[in-house]
Design a protein around this ligand. Sequence first.
Ligand code: SF4
Length: 329
Amino acid sequence: MRHSNISIFVPHLGCPNACSFCNQHTISGEKTAPGTGEVRRLLGEAYNRIKDKKNTEIAFFGGSFTAIDKDYMLSLLKTAFEFVGKNGFSGIRISTRPDCIDSKILDTLKCYGVTSIEIGTQSMCDDVLSANNRGHTAKDVENASRLIREYGFELGLQMMTGLYKSDAGKDMLTAQKIILLKPDTVRIYPVCVLKNTHLARLYNEGVYELSPFDDMVNLCADLLLAFESAGIRVIKCGLHASNGVEDELVAGYYHPAFRDLCEGRIYRNAMDKDILGSQDKRFVFAVNDRCMSKARGQKNENIKYFEKRGISVSLVSDKTINKYIAVRI
Ligand code: SF4
């Protein structure tokens, strides 16, 4: 069953510090925090429009929800809670920082219909967290995750790849540590360096260098596969194409269909592994019928990749084959 969100952005409120990569106004596309009147109007419209309410959550995204002014947070929750329940939406999703979670906060969230909590994890390496001014440690993520799961909320963890002082090894280690925390969902954000951020300054000074785009696609393909193989749903891979991101981009890994690139790469890597060492020049692979275009890659780039090496690859569909698997026939 497909789940959807009604997203309400609460930009850059309640943050005790400024993370190196963060320019929340750009990421959320919103400049001002919504009042309860605005939230009620948005949810009222959504209530009239959306038929499948049981598979729809109200989502407060953008800032650190549990760190915003308490009265404001409660007013947003109370307003949203009016639309949750028997004939309403399935629940409320929020995102916050790991060091802004404790039992008292979770009791409050439980009272007002919150069902899912996403934690901005970014990295599980303390040196990377510190270099990017996150203001929390990996231990904070572990503690918050444990508490959230004990309370029975759905747990989501968000990681960022390619941060200052990170590398592919540290990003993979982060993914492995995240898998051990058993989240229900994960979001993978390859870093985007936005104007007016600390990262942009480091980048412009030449202190912070980015690995090639193609390497990042490979890394995120491996992460996607690692999470999904562990039974963890990856609900986002790549930054959302909201207003202004492209205008504000200084450097980084923004692509409007980043996940498609990664999924295509998973197939290419799988086929490449099979082809490696073979003297044959013609290969046929079977893939799930729903994944044919992913296996071909964007604009047939996987097929062209092999063609450049003098190798002909053709694909046939087979309903019985699982996602991300290519079987040589
Ligand atoms: S905690 Fe989140 S919203 Fe706050 S500065 Fe960091 S990334 Fe931005």
